[in-house]
Design a protein around this ligand. Structure first.
Ligand SMILES: CC(C)(COP(=O)(O)OP(=O)(O)OC[C@H]1O[C@@H](n2cnc3c(N)ncnc32)[C@H](O)[C@@H]1OP(=O)(O)O)[C@@H](O)C(=O)NCCC(=O)NCCS
Length: 163
C-alpha cells in the first residue's frame, strides 16, 4: 500500500520531467550505452519515436540525465526502458522517473503496468518492488548475456491509480 507522500508524488508530473524530443536522442543514446552492458541500438529508439510511444526525459541543470519509455494499449502499459545516467544514480531520480511513468500510464488509461527486469539487476528490482510491483513470472533466457542468455523477471502493478 502506498504512503500519503507516494500518492502525492503521483498527483502531477514533476517539473524536471518532460516529453522526450527527437533532438534528445544523442544524449539519450549516450546514457544508454554507458548505463547498460547490452544497450538498445539507435534504431530501436527511432522505432519507439516512429511508433509514438510515450517517452519522457528527466533533466538536471538543463542536461538530460535519464529517460523512460512506455507503451500503452487498451488498459495495459508496459515500461520498455527506464534508465538514469550512471553519474546521476543513487539520488532518487530513478524512483522519481518511475513514479512519473506510472502517473503518465494512469493518465493514458492504463489500469495495469508490466515490465521485465534481468534477474541479476537487483537495484532495479528493488525500486520496482518498493514502488508496489509484484513478480508474476519468469521469461526464460529472455536477455542476452556474456555466456548465454539470462532470465527476465516479469513484474506487474495492478490498479495503478490505487497503488
Ligand atoms: C535502475 C536505475 C534506473 C535506478 O536509478 P537510480 O536513480 O539509481 O534510483 P534511485 O536513486 O531512485 O534508487 C536507487 C537507490 O538509491 C537510494 N537513494 C535514493 N536517493 C538517495 C540519496 N539521496 N542518497 C543516497 N541514496 C539514495 C535508493 O534508496 C535506492 O536504494 P536501494 O538500491 O538500496 O533500493 C538505474 O540504476 C539505472 O538506470 N540502471 C541501468 C539501467 C537499468 O538497469 N534500468 C532498469 C531496466 S529494467
Amino acid at each position: 500500500m502506498a504512503t500519503d507522500s507516494e500518492h502525492q508524488s503521483r498527483q502531477m508530473m514533476p517539473t524536471n520531467i518532460r516529453v522526450m524530443r527527437p533532438d534528445d536522442l544523442p544524449a539519450v543514446y549516450d546514457i544508454e550505452t554507458r548505463a547498460y552492458e547490452f544497450p538498445w541500438s539507435r534504431g530501436i529508439f527511432r522505432e519507439c519515436f516512429r511508433a509514438g510511444y510515450p517517452a519522457w526525459v528527466i533533466v538536471e541543470a538543463g542536461q538530460v540525465v535519464g529517460y523512460g519509455i512506455l507503451t500503452v494499449a487498451a488498459n495495459e502499459a508496459h515500461i520498455l526502458n527506464l534508465c538514469i545516467d550512471p553519474d546521476y544514480q543513487y539520488r532518487g531520480l530513478g524512483r522519481c522517473l518511475l513514479d512519473a511513468l506510472l502517473f503518465a500510464a494512469e493518465q493514458l488509461g492504463a489500469e495495469r503496468v508490466f515490465l521485465e527486469v534481468r534477474k541479476s539487476n537487483r537495484r532495479a528490482l528493488r525500486i520496482y518492488l518498493a514502488a508496489g510491483f509484484k513478480p508474476i513470472g519468469i521469461r526464460k533466457r529472455y536477455y542476452r548475456s556474456h555466456d548465454s542468455r539470462e532470465d527476465a523477471i516479469v513484474l506487474s502493478m495492478e490498479n495503478v491509480s490505487k497503488n
